[in-house]
Design a protein around this ligand. Structure first.
Ligand SMILES: N[C@@H](CCC(=O)N[C@@H](CS)C(=O)NCC(=O)O)C(=O)O
Length: 202
C-alpha cells in the first residue's frame, strides 16, 4: 500500500499511526499539499491528503474512510473503532470532536497566514479559533484515563494526539500545556509509542 501525504498533516499522521499499529506494510509518498498539488490531484480530485493506494491500485480518500478499511483488514478483535453499538457511537463522537477541532484550527491557520493582510477578517478568525478551542475543551471533559475510553486504546486516542501535536506546532496559543490536562496526559502517553514516534513530523 502507498500512503500519499506528509506527516505534517494531522490527517495523514492519523492514517500512518493506524497502519503502524495494525502492523500493515506500506510506503509513504510525502507529497506536500502546495508544492505537489498537481500530483495529489492525480489521486484525489479534491487535491487533499491523505490518500491510500491499495495493493491492486484502488484509491481510498479521507482519513475516516481509510481507517475504516484498515479496521476491516485486521478484523473486529483488533479494530480501533468498535464495530457496532454504543461503544462505536462513543468512539465516533469523540473522533468527530477531535477532527472537527482540527479542521477549525487548520482553517484559522490559513486565515491567519494565507489571507492578504488587507483582506483580513478578524471576526471570522476569532470564530474559527473559538470553535477549535471549544472542541478541545469539550473533549477534555469527556475523556478517561489512561486513554480516552478508559483501558482500551481506540481511534479517539490517535485523533486527539495528532490534533494536539499539529495545533501546538501551528497555533500554540490554542492549546497551551495545562489547559486540557486530560488530553495532555493521553497525548503524552501516546507519543511514547513507536507508531507515533515514527510518524512525528520534524
Ligand atoms: N476530512 C479529510 C480532511 C483532509 C484534509 O483536510 N487534508 C488537508 C491536509 S491537513 C489537505 O489536504 N488540504 C489541502 C487542500 O484542501 O487544498 C480527512 O479526514 O482526510
Amino acid at each position: 500500500m502507498r500512503l500519499i501525504g506528509s506527516y505534517t498533516s494531522p490527517f495523514v499522521r492519523r492514517v500512518g499511526v493506524t497502519l503502524r499499529l495494525h502492523g500493515l506494510a506500506f510506503t509513504q509518498v510525502p507529497y506536500a499539499t502546495d508544492a505537489d498539488a498537481t500530483a495529489i490531484r492525480g489521486f484525489n480530485p479534491l487535491g487533499r491528503v491523505p490518500v491510500l493506494v491499495l495493493e491492486h491500485g484502488e484509491v481510498l480518500i479521507d482519513s475516516g474512510m481509510i481507517v475504516d478499511h484498515l479496521d476491516d483488514l485486521v478484523g473486529p478483535e483488533r479494530a480501533l473503532t468498535p464495530r457496532a453499538g454504543p461503544a462505536r457511537r462513543q468512539v465516533n463522537r469523540l473522533v468527530a470532536l477531535a477532527l472537527g477541532a482540527t479542521e477549525k484550527y487548520l482553517a484559522a491557520y490559513h486565515e491567519r497566514n494565507a489571507r492578504p493582510e488587507a483582506k483580513a477578517w478578524p471576526r471570522w478568525l476569532e470564530r474559527l479559533e473559538a470553535q477549535a478551542h471549544a472542541g478541545l475543551a469539550a473533549l477534555d471533559g469527556m475523556v478517561g484515563t489512561p486513554w480516552c475510553g478508559g483501558e482500551a486504546f481506540t481511534q479517539t486516542d490517535i485523533c486527539v494526539t495528532v490534533a494536539l501535536r499539529a495545533m501546538r506546532f501551528d497555533m500554540p496559543h490554542l492549546a497551551p500545556f495545562g489547559r486540557f490536562p486530560g488530553l495532555d496526559a493521553i497525548a503524552a502517553a501516546a507519543e511514547k509509542l513507536d507508531a507515533f514516534a515514527a510518524t512525528r513530523p520534524r
